[in-house]
Design a protein around this ligand. Structure first.
Ligand code: NAD
Length: 383
């Protein structure tokens, strides 16, 4: 009988449930314990998801020596205390983004993970779409030439109305930034991963369109607010941004810009990224993940439809299904988990996933964006 790695999942709202499904696709991992807030009824959700061990106090679960790995899928302010305690309890930790509320906190986590020698991952899963890997491998193979321009957006509409509410709008729970931390960080991680370049200076302009929002009197899970009626709200001041626009430099020559928005009507989860080099351009949109646009100056442009046999060899292992069989958001979870758990089982295995250091990197860019917005000036991003 082979032993399975035992994992505890902390938080099972929108994303925690996708983690649980993804973990169950691996085979060598058991979803052993579940921790959610008391008001969300851990025992009931445990029964629904077929997880026997449930609790509302994560510390009790950390005391259990049977737990090997912890996934942190709770609101942002809980990431640091949970990750710190889990590492100190000797667990491997996979933490949702943003890793922390500040670079100072994130640096402590990076150091603690190094001191404990535990595997650590910040969940920037969007790198793991087959077409994102294809863009990266095309760049590595020299097919794009020198990268000149990187541009795009991460646009959503689920916080468009002042009646839209989620813990993300509250800085005490979410952190000082919302759109930039929540989705802008995914865009920047994707841009740096594809290009292999680092954002070195930023000029950012952030906007909070709704200075107050109508807070629902009951609790609301992510993306679930659309079903409430106006009588259920109370007026609340808001200090996190709905939108941000950033111009950036990547070293001496490469230039770019992106926007992050949670108020763009009709855009549900539109991460678009375009990379233009001296030889060719590539463009991709998360809402149509199996399609990659390849732009040529002197010949017809192409649309590459995901098909492992048509991907560059280094991108192939990120696509499991044959051409024409779509692979989407939840498949990126399986791809990260597969690589993360390989390194849990075999400490000598290559680290092929974003670590806490990558979470710290995104917070470093984020703090530069916030400083730039405050000063209305360009700010250099610490290396
Ligand atoms: N990588 C991605 O694509 C992605 C997508 C969505 C969310 N996220 C990240 O995942 C995290 C969770 O976001 P969400 O949208 O799933 O939130 P959510 O509000 O839908 O769910 C939060 C969960 O945390 C639990 N929780 C709250 N307080 C708790 C406590 N004190 N102890 C234990 N559990 C507690 C709640 O019961 C709930 O199950 C955030 O950090 C977010 O940035 C990442």
């Amino acid at each position: 009988m082979m032993t399975r790695i035992k994992t505890a999942v902390f938080g099972a709202g929108f994303v925690g449930r996708v983690h649980i499904e993804g973990l169950r696709r691996l085979g060598n991992v058991e979803v052993y314990a579940l921790v959610i807030a008391e008001q969300d009824d851990p025992a009931r959700l445990g029964r629904q998801l077929h997880i026997e061990r449930t609790d509302s106090d994560y510390r009790r679960i950390l005391e259990d020596p049977a737990v090997d790995v912890v996934h942190i899928c709770t609101p942002n302010a809980l990431h640091v205390p949970m990750a710190t305690d889990a590492l100190q309890a000797g667990k491997h930790v996979l933490c949702e983004k943003p890793l922390a509320l500040s670079t100072a906190q994130a640096r402590q986590l990076v150091d603690l993970a190094a001191a404990t020698g535990r595997r650590n991952c910040t969940f920037h899963n969007l790198r793991f779409y087959p077409m994102v890997q294809q863009m990266r491998r095309m760049r590595e193979a020299g097919e794009l030439g020198e990268i000149l321009v990187v541009q795009g957006t991460y646009s959503q509409d689920w916080l468009l109305y002042d009646t839209d509410w989620n813990w993300r709008v509250e800085s005490a729970v979410s952190g000082a930034s919302r759109a930039m931390a929540d989705i802008g960080s995914h865009w920047c991680d994707t841009a740096e991963h594809i290009t292999g370049l680092r954002i070195s200076s930023v000029c950012a302009d952030l906007q909070t369109f709704h200075k107050t929002r109508k807070r629902p009197k009951g609790s609301v899970e992510t993306f679930a607010g659309k079903t409430l009626v106006p009588e259920d709200y109370e007026e609340t001041a808001i200090d996190t941004e709905d939108f941000g626009a950033v111009i950036f430099r990547m070293g001496d020559r490469t230039r770019g810009s992106f926007t992050a928005s949670q108020v763009s009507a009709g855009r549900k989860n539109s991460l678009q990224i375009e990379v233009f080099g001296t030889k060719a351009g590539v463009a991709w949109n998360q809402e149509r993940p199996d399609e990659l646009w390849i732009g040529q100056r002197n010949s017809a442009n192409q649309i590459l439809i995901k098909d492992p046999s048509l991907l560059l060899p280094a991108a192939r292992s990120y696509a499991d299904l044959p051409g024409g069989h779509s692979e989407g958001y939840d498949d990126t979870f399986k791809q990260v988990f597969r690589r993360f758990y390989r390194s849990v089982e075999d400490p000598s295995a290559a680290i092929e996933y974003p670590q806490f250091a990558d979470g710290l990197r995104q917070l470093t860019i984020l703090e530069s964006e916030l400083e730039s917005n405050r000063k209305r000036a360009w700010v250099d991003v610490p290396a």
